[in-house]
Design a protein around this ligand. Structure first.
Ligand SMILES: Cc1cc2nc3c(=O)[nH]c(=O)nc-3n(C[C@H](O)[C@H](O)[C@H](O)COP(=O)(O)OP(=O)(O)OC[C@H]3O[C@@H](n4cnc5c(N)ncnc54)[C@H](O)[C@@H]3O)c2cc1C
Length: 478
């Protein structure tokens, strides 16, 4: 069978690229190893709860946001409901307890009230991250880290920590996170606010998958791409097989273009040796981004009815006193590792029955927290970790632990299993200062990337932009 475009993976980047290309009349095939569309943008059901896998909040979605145009183009705004999140986040570290609003002027006022001596630093921070027409985000060459930038403008360490409350949305260490990248991503939360998808991110993924089918595209679930065929600097086809069926035979399909929504290191493994090693050379030195652990919680009483008033609570452990402590803390024992608690019952999320609630405790996680454990030890450690986090949540919201009907822990290994991303990375490559941009066409003429691993980076926005731009590049070439 011959297609115009074959896409490996149905993460958001792959779905958006597939939706745009099929809308423009291209014959597309998406091959997905999991049994549902979305990659990280999925939900799963346990008892009477729908648990969100990979969305706390999506930035932007204001009239000038590129996502608004993309969503309009792909009928998303007619079919998927976005709910505005009331405030950015609550930051608490045992010394301070600050609720940061989305609106810039209100955020500045809130921070000035708590840190009146830091007027210049607070204003310099927002001057840096708020996009101004005509202002450039800075070049790759003069990029620095957000950590170094904060040190240059602010003295008070707790203020720096408060501004970095949601750092886990981008990386695990302020001193290795690009200021340029951080400014664009964090700036978007402050200019456009943030939203959640009613019913969960699966609604968006299912809409895009349905859109592809409606426009004549095909999606194969439970099939794993195992290799790529090339000729004369071009990919000519893919080899794939049924997942979890050892006897299933290999199938081949031809394509004029190949889009990788899977990880770039994973792509290198699929290519014939000569191209795979070229690709590995190009990405050598680029680090994988962080992974996340999530403790999914189903409550028989909504946390808001137990007194919680915040959608996102960023709980920094009191032992984190300076920015430099953040990286160490992310490797610390789970009894001290900082976390974010997301309470979906603060909005009309539709993830549980009325009066009940769904929440998630999320922290930075690495495979080496878990590697080497046998199955029994792994399950035991997951249970112990869940207990530690529930104890810590109880201190934040007294009484909550007696209202948990279901809990379940997903680690970096879980993310790795479901996405095949190395290290369970959820945001692609780490966004280090001056990170080089990888151009797939220097390896093969018809190879394209649409994922968190590409030019536009990770998160919902990065993957969505990446998918759309990738579709445009192909349409332009054709
Ligand atoms: C717990 C968690 C919380 C998050 N919170 C937020 C948030 O609040 N806001 C935000 O913006 N982002 C958040 N993210 C990050 C965001 O979800 C991801 O960065 C984004 O969805 C990645 O999309 P992607 O297109 O790169 O594909 P991925 O989601 O990585 O999916 C890749 C797909 O490719 C498939 N695949 C891989 N290899 C193969 C193969 N060989 N054959 C067939 N299929 C293959 C996989 O099965 C998968 O479906 C979170 C992620 C997680 C896990």
């Amino acid at each position: 069978m011959k297609y115009d475009v074959i896409i490996i993976g149905t993460g958001l980047g792959g779905l958006v690229a597939g939706a745009k290309l099929s809308k423009e009349g291209k014959k597309v095939l998406l091959i997905e190893q999991h049994n549902k569309a979305g990659g990280c943008a999925t939900t799963f059901r346990r008892r009477n709860f729908n648990f969100e896998v990979g969305l706390h909040e999506m930035d932007g979605l204001h009239p000038r946001d590129m996502k608004t145009k993309i969503f309009r183009d792909l009928d998303v705004l007619d079919k998927v409901e976005f709910i505005t999140i009331p405030e950015f986040y609550r930051f608490t570290n045992g010394r301070y307890n600050i609720t940061i609003p989305h609106q810039v002027s209100q955020a500045i006022d809130t921070l000035l009230e708590v840190f009146p001596d830091e007027n210049d630093g607070i204003r310099a921070y927002f001057d840096q991250i708020i996009p101004v027409r005509g202002k450039k985000a800075g070049s790759e060459q003069d990029d620095t880290s957000i950590g170094e930038f904060l040190d240059s403008i602010i003295k008070n360490e707790d203020l720096k920590l408060a501004l970095l409350g949601n750092l886990g949305y981008f990386g695990d260490d302020p001193y290795s996170l690009s200021l340029r990248y951080y400014s664009v991503a964090q700036g978007s939360y402050y200019t456009g606010g943030s939203s959640y998808i009613k019913g969960g991110s699966q609604k968006l993924s299912d809409h895009l998958a349905g859109y592809i089918l409606k426009h004549g595209g095909e999606i194969l679930f439970n099939h794993l791409v195992t290799g790529l065929k090339t000729h004369d600097r071009r990919i000519t086809g893919v080899i794939y097989k049924k997942r979890r069926d050892h006897d299933s035979s290999f199938i081949e399909a031809e394509a004029e273009y190949l889009i990788a929504n899977n990880s770039i290191p994973g792509l290198a493994d699929l290519l014939p040796e000569q191209y795979g090693s070229l690709l590995n050379e190009q990405i050598s030195g680029m680090e994988y981004g962080a992974s996340l652990l999530t403790l999914y919680l189903g409550f028989n009483k909504a946390p808001r009815d137990l007194g919680n008033q915040f959608y996102s609570t960023c709980m920094f452990d009191p032992s984190v006193k300076t920015q430099a402590d953040i990286k160490t803390n992310n490797r610390d024992d789970f009894s001290r590792r900082s976390f974010i608690f997301v309470d979906y019952s603060q909005i009309d999320s539709d993830l549980s029955a009325p009066g009940k609630g769904v929440g998630g405790i999320c922290c930075i996680d690495y495979p080496d927290d878990w590697d080497g454990l046998d199955r029994k030890e792994y399950l035991l450690k997951k249970e112990e970790t869940a207990s530690l986090f529930i104890e810590r949540l109880e201190k934040l919201i007294p009484g909550i632990s007696s209202h948990i009907d279901h809990h379940e822990t997903a680690t970096s290994l879980t993310v790795r299993r479901y996405t095949l991303n190395p290290g369970g990375a959820v945001y692609g490559f780490a966004q280090t200062p001056g990170k080089k941009v990888f151009d797939p066409q220097t390896i093969l003429d018809n190879l394209h990337i649409a994922s968190a691993w590409g030019k536009t980076g990770g998160g919902f926005s990065g993957a969505i932009y990446g998918g759309y731009l990738c579709a445009f590049n192909i349409l332009r070439q054709k």
